[in-house]
Design a protein around this ligand. Structure first.
Ligand code: ASP
Length: 333
């Protein structure tokens, strides 16, 4: 039997539906079934070539509403398909709003041995499927081109012809059709018409980070420790951190980690620093990132601020990394 490309649908604007074809904002995400999107895609059989096609609606969500359980279900389905000898690659349709978080979670939790041999290509849209001029079909076609390319492997995002390392992407615009950027990492390649032009190498596995990493990964269904993101800004006096560390309301999990989205090179107001040190002394793990869109926090030669280890990730990705590490630590205890 021919190798298959497996499409996994999770919802998002690419599956969105609006009452007017001229309305690209007041629509409902995650309405059009993945099977319908694929059936309506011109040229799909040509792009698949000798590959067979399978599709599965994993869920239908606006990605702003996703939580850990969605990640776990999706990761399990991706791992299942990648593990099958007859599957060549996986394409995932996903909302743009939290795509970078799902991508980082997948890159960080899928076995590296699976990603080293096969492609997982995420794709999306900024206009609903019912739009006058939807962008989803072209993105889905381009994602198919990448997934069907011989030798393709690793986790990627394909949007507006750009092929980006999935673990590096960040949504940087709320409206434009090309809302993603991979910062300093540049592009993996571009899809031009129906050809992939590789510019860099295929994505590499996500490395373990500076915070003490422990073996093991959370098992499906395990709750992640609660980790919150706190920004530094003018007048950040630490009140938010004190509120986070107060006894939780009924039903809320206690905070176990805080990601500082610092200014510049991970700096923080002295009031916020004092509050974070107090949180740390209560057993809360605090890590430092930057709220800058690009780059990473670098250690200072004089060691100031080093009470809070640096994570070389954006704040939202650092939150996932810290949750994974705290969960692994707890699972190993
Ligand atoms: N709110 C939508 C989502 O993330 C936005 C999009 O897909 O562009 O599901």
């Amino acid at each position: 039997m021919a190798d298959s490309i497996v499409y996994l649908g999770t919802g998002g604007t690419i599956a969105g539906s609006a009452s007017s074809a001229q309305d690209n904002l007041s629509y409902t995400s995650g309405r059009v079934p993945l099977g319908d999107l694929l059936a309506a895609l011109p040229g799909l059989p040509e792009r698949l070539g000798t590959h067979a096609m399978l599709h599965e609606q994993v869920f239908q969500e606006d990605s702003k509403d996703m939580d850990l359980s969605h990640w776990q279900v999706l990761a399990a389905r991706v791992a299942h398909h990648l593990g099958s000898a007859s599957v060549r690659g996986v394409v995932i349709t996903h909302g743009t709003d939290t795509l970078e978080e799902t991508a980082f979670y997948l890159a960080r939790t899928l076995p590296a041995s699976l990603l080293a041999g096969k492609p997982v290509v995420m794709t999306c849209a900024m206009r609903p499927a019912t739009s006058l001029s939807p962008d989803g079909p072209q993105n889905l076609r381009d994602a198919t081109v990448v997934a069907a390319t011989s030798g393709a492997h690793g986790l990627m995002l394909v949007c507006q012809g750009q092929v980006l390392d999935g673990a590096q992407v960040q949504k940087i615009h709320p409206y434009q059709l090309n809302p993603f950027d991979a910062g300093d990492h540049g592009m993996v390649g571009v899809v031009e018409e129906t050809q992939l032009r590789l510019l860099g190498g295929w994505p590499r596995p996500v490395p373990d980070r500076a915070v003490k990493t422990l073996a093991g990964r959370p098992t499906s269904g395990q709750d992640f420790p609660r980790v919150e993101i706190v920004f530094n800004h003018n007048g950040a006096d630490g009140a938010i951190v004190r509120a986070l560390c107060a006894p939780p309301s009924q039903g809320d999990a206690p905070v176990q980690g805080i990601v500082l989205a610092g200014t510049g090179n991970g700096t923080m107001h002295r009031g916020l620093e004092a509050a974070l040190r107090a949180a740390q002394s209560l057993g809360v793990t605090v890590v430092r990132t930057t709220r800058c869109a690009r780059g990473r926090v670098l250690p200072r030669a004089d060691g100031r601020g080093e009470a809070f280890p640096i994570l070389e990730l954006s704040p939202v990705k650092a939150r996932i990394e810290l949750m994974l590490q705290l969960a692994a630590r707890q699972a190993a205890a």
